[in-house]
Write a protein that binds this ligand. Structure first.
Ligand SMILES: [Zn+2]
Length: 872
């Protein structure tokens, strides 16, 4: 059954695009001048905005937030002070006009002032220690997505109001200033210099950028584009890897999209704070520097994967997001799902050995799920708190909370499934057609489907609708009938969800009989059949796990699969592991199905397979904190993982595949958590040696080894780790030490680590994540919540707009006691704004799920282990 309200979305049309701003007045060109005052953490500004009045109006309505408007004039006539109204609640600036304004071209001039923020919202400052010196420095940056350009200058701050922007800024003379376009002129003035940037092409306001400070850069040229990596002083050489891959990726996208990169330059800017992840400002992408810079002497190889993936994602936005922008935030998935998908696709293209489609997605925020991207999204999407990829967005807070794993990862999985179904070349031709048709303009999901339908000749919108406009996803149940007939039946797959609305999908199903070529079937009804499948042959549905659905086999089919595991490649094995773990979560199968599968796996040291298992074991180990069955489980888990680690050994052999380097680190970390005494002792010994001779410990093992040492630290070890963390200015090294502090289990040390979050020791976004990291690692989420509740105001002051609604509720997701549900509800009622409602509901669902799952798992695991021991 399709949801009745599911109506096909319309192609882009400016007049009917959602939003708060009236559509009669459209800005075409902004000239903005900003003068920051670093000492006072404030700025003054002026702007001239050319507007096109499409129908006569009596007032102008645009966005402004936390700005004081000093004066306004229209076509050189000053408006009285009384004509200027600020509506704080709706973030609007209204200018009442003395008489009706005729249609045509007009010019609005405004002067205003505002503040420079501590958190990454609007114009912000970052204080940091300069590389190689003891000097404390300050720099400036901006973060505007989704709705914060209005904090720097009054503007029509909705994505469909595209305009050209020309920025001028006054900065100290020894500063480097960066914006979307190259510098057009620099003029020395009293106390500094005035930097004027070239005018941008037509773009959405949230894509503006301004970064300035004592910065340096390295650069290259590719396809006529100047590419730079910009950092604070002393760090630019660590941008070499980012610079090299940026050039490669630029060429790849120029070809894929069929339109060359449209700006004269592309800057990759590393900031020591203010940005949590990265932001795709057109021509000037900002990154938290840890996600961009790479010091081969001190950073693990694994970091390269992360840098490649984030650069590939952000650069894809230069076309998909910036050149063509979603009309409104309800189509955010189109930007993010697509950039995530092609980011992964291009990363896989250049680095096939990394197995990126199977790799764990490591969220920087420790409260987010860890796992393969597709699995992260499916876990959220199975819950009652899920939402369709395309969801209505009315308020600014709703726009901010749209940035979740459904938007990114389900979006990516669906696009991947669609590409598989339509074929790689046909899909690319559709994307080229879409980009060509909508460049320098906006679009909706419907526009993408129509481009893909035209190139493929298939009804893409009919297939897509159920995936983008309904919540959830299906499970396909497989049953062998007589005479080689296999019957398939779909239903909605849910976890911890009473009475879900039954839904159906058009499923682009793929399958193969072992030893034969893959085939596909578009499953358009609740049931369907596969014919001529020999009853004694292994059948695998969902080739390479490329489809966004679960599969449950009948016992006969499952036994055939278990008997053929050695003949299935790692992608198929990971898919079977993921699906069977999901069946356990959904209470559709007992835990023995998952543990039995592990038992039958062929001998292998493939990272992706062990990643999946380590991730599940880590979840169980944390869920069972305080349970009598935990020790038994730890013993069992060690017995599975220990032999793999022994085969790899502590010392890297050269040459060795990068995936083996990563697996060794993951095994050390999990065995440490599982209280493997040998690994704990060996980690301590290696750490002592490393203190005298840093080269003795490979960069690929440092994170895991130091983490184990931190987990079991006494006070003097804790002090040593902190001293090391304070001393180093290397980003990755610093992160290793502070992560290790966050792992300390001793309650007294937990308190000491938490206190760090209130200091300026870490960049603000890292400081607030430190608290969540302690909640996850220390095994004392209660102490963390107590601390966070007492210091919430100070913590929230450090957090950026995208995380603010979820911060307090997400700290509850480490609990599994039913009483915490009531505590969170009560806390939310008196302390949280109404914009946190969805985040509170998600956390409530998570705690409730964990509490019932804990009981079920504990008894089933104990039963399995006893049974296994008895058989031996
Ligand atoms: Zn993105």
């Amino acid at each position: 059954m399709f949801v009745a309200s599911m109506t096909a979305e319309k192609p882009f049309d400016f007049g009917t695009t959602p939003g708060k701003l009236p559509k009669e007045v459209v800005p075409t060109e902004y000239s903005i001048r900003i003068i920051p005052n670093i000492d006072k953490l404030s700025f003054t500004g002026m702007e001239m905005v050319k507007v096109n009045v499409r129908a006569p109006v009596r007032q102008l309505v645009l966005n402004a937030l936390e700005l004081e408007i000093a004066s306004a004039s229209l076509d050189n006539d000053p408006l009285p002070k009384s004509a200027i109204k600020i509506d704080r609640q709706n973030e609007l600036l209204t200018l009442a006009l003395p008489s009706e304004l005729a249609a045509g071209e007009h010019t609005l001039a405004l002067s205003f002032s505002g503040k420079i923020n501590q958190q990454g919202q609007g114009l912000f400052y970052v204080r940091y220690q300069e590389q190689g010196t003891a000097a404390k420095k300050t720099m400036l940056g901006t973060q505007f997505e989704a709705t914060d350009a209005r904090r720097l200058f009054p503007c029509w701050d909705e994505p469909s109001f595209r305009a050209r922007f020309q920025l001028t800024a006054v900065v100290p003379e020894n500063w480097l200033a960066v914006s979307n376009m190259p510098v057009e002129a620099e003029t020395k003035i009293d106390n500094g210099k005035e930097v004027r940037f070239a005018m941008t092409p037509l773009m959405s306001s949230y894509l503006n950028v301004f970064v300035a400070g004592e910065l340096e850069s390295i650069e290259t040229q590719n396809s006529g584009v100047q590419i730079r990596v910009i950092t604070t002083k002393g760090k630019s050489e660590w941008g070499r890897y980012a610079l090299d891959i940026s050039a490669k990726i630029l060429q790849y996208y120029n070809d894929y999209f069929g339109v060359p990169y449209p700006l004269p330059k592309l800057d990759q800017i590393g900031l020591p704070g203010g940005v949590g992840g990265a932001m795709e400002n057109w021509g000037g992408i900002t990154y938290f520097e840890g996600g961009l810079l790479f010091d081969p002497e001190k950073t693990s190889d694994d970091t390269k994967h992360d840098i490649f993936a984030v650069i590939a994602h952000e650069m894809a936005h230069m076309w998909f997001g910036d050149l063509v922008t979603m009309a409104w935030w309800n189509n955010l998935w189109l930007n993010e799902g697509f950039a995530s998908w092609i980011g992964t696709k291009s990363t896989a293209h250049f680095n096939p050995q990394w197995e990126v489609w199977l790799r764990k997605n490591k969220p920087r925020n420790p409260t987010r799920r860890v796992g393969i991207a597709k699995e992260q999204a499916m876990e959220s999407d199975a819950r009652s708190t899920t939402h369709p990829i395309q969801q209505p967005v009315v308020t600014e807070a709703e726009a901010s909370s749209a940035f979740d794993d459904i938007t990114y990862q389900k979006g990516q999985s669906f696009i991947r499934m669609l590409e598989n179904f339509l074929g790689e070349d046909v899909f690319r031709d559709g994307i080229r057609r879409y980009i060509a048709a909508h460049k320098y303009s906006n679009s909706t999901t419907a526009d993408l489907w129509s481009a893909l339908s035209e190139t493929s000749g298939k009804p893409v919108d009919g297939i897509a609708a159920a995936w983008t406009e309904q919540p959830g996803f299906p499970i396909v149940k497989v049953r062998r009938d007589v005479d080689g007939k296999v019957s398939l039946r779909q239903e909605r797959f849910t976890v911890n969800f009473k009475n879900p609305t039954p839904l159906e999908w058009k499923i682009p199903l793929t399958y193969f009989v072992l030893g034969e070529k893959p085939a596909s079937l578009l499953m358009t009804n609740k049931t369907d059949n596969l014919e001529n499948i020999p009853p004694d042959r292994t059948l695998k549905i969902n080739v390479h796990g490329g489809g966004n659905y679960r599969v449950q086999y009948d016992p006969a089919s499952w036994d055939l699969l278990l008997g053929s595991l050695a003949d299935l490649d790692v992608q198929e094995r990971v898919n079977l592991l993921s699906d069977s773990w999901a069946l356990v979560q959904a209470d559709r199968a007992p835990m023995s199905i998952y543990l039995g599968l592990i038992n039958k796996l062929p001998h292998s040291t493939e990272l992706a397979q062990w990643d999946q298992i380590i991730n599940v074991f880590d979840f169980i180990n944390r869920l069972l904190i305080g349970q009598p069955e935990r020790e038994k489980f730890q013993q069992y888990a060690r017995s599975i993982l220990r032999p793999v680690f022994e085969e790899l050994g502590w010392e890297p052999k050269s040459p060795e595949a990068p995936n083996v380097l990563t697996l060794r680190g993951s095994l050390i970390a999990i065995l440490g958590d599982l209280k493997d005494q040998d690994v704990i002792t060996a980690s301590r010994q290696r750490f002592q040696k490393y203190l005298n001779d840093p080269k003795s410990l490979s960069p690929d093992l440092r994170r895991a080894t130091i983490g184990v040492v931190g987990g079991y630290a006494d006070e003097s070890t804790w002090n040593k780790l902190r001293e090391l963390g304070l001393k180093t200015t290397n980003i990755a090294e610093k992160q290793n030490y502070y992560d290790a502090l966050a792992s300390a289990r001793d309650p007294k040390l937990v308190q000491k680590t938490l206190e760090i979050a209130l200091t300026e020791e870490l960049p603000s976004s890292r400081a607030v994540f430190l608290v969540a990291k302690v909640a996850r690692e220390s095994e004392h989420p209660d102490l963390v919540w107590q601390f966070a509740r007492q210091n919430m105001k100070a913590l929230l002051a450090k957090i950026d707009a995208l995380e603010i609604n979820s911060y307090a509720p997400s700290l509850f997701t480490f609990f599994s006691e039913p009483a915490r549900v009531d505590e969170l509800k009560a806390y939310a009622k008196t302390n949280l704004p109404s914009s946190s409602v969805k985040e509170v509901a998600k956390a409530v669902d998570e705690v409730a799920f964990r509490s019932q799952f804990k009981r079920r798992l504990a008894s089933q695991i104990a039963g399995w282990i006893d049974h296994r021991t008895a058989r031996k």
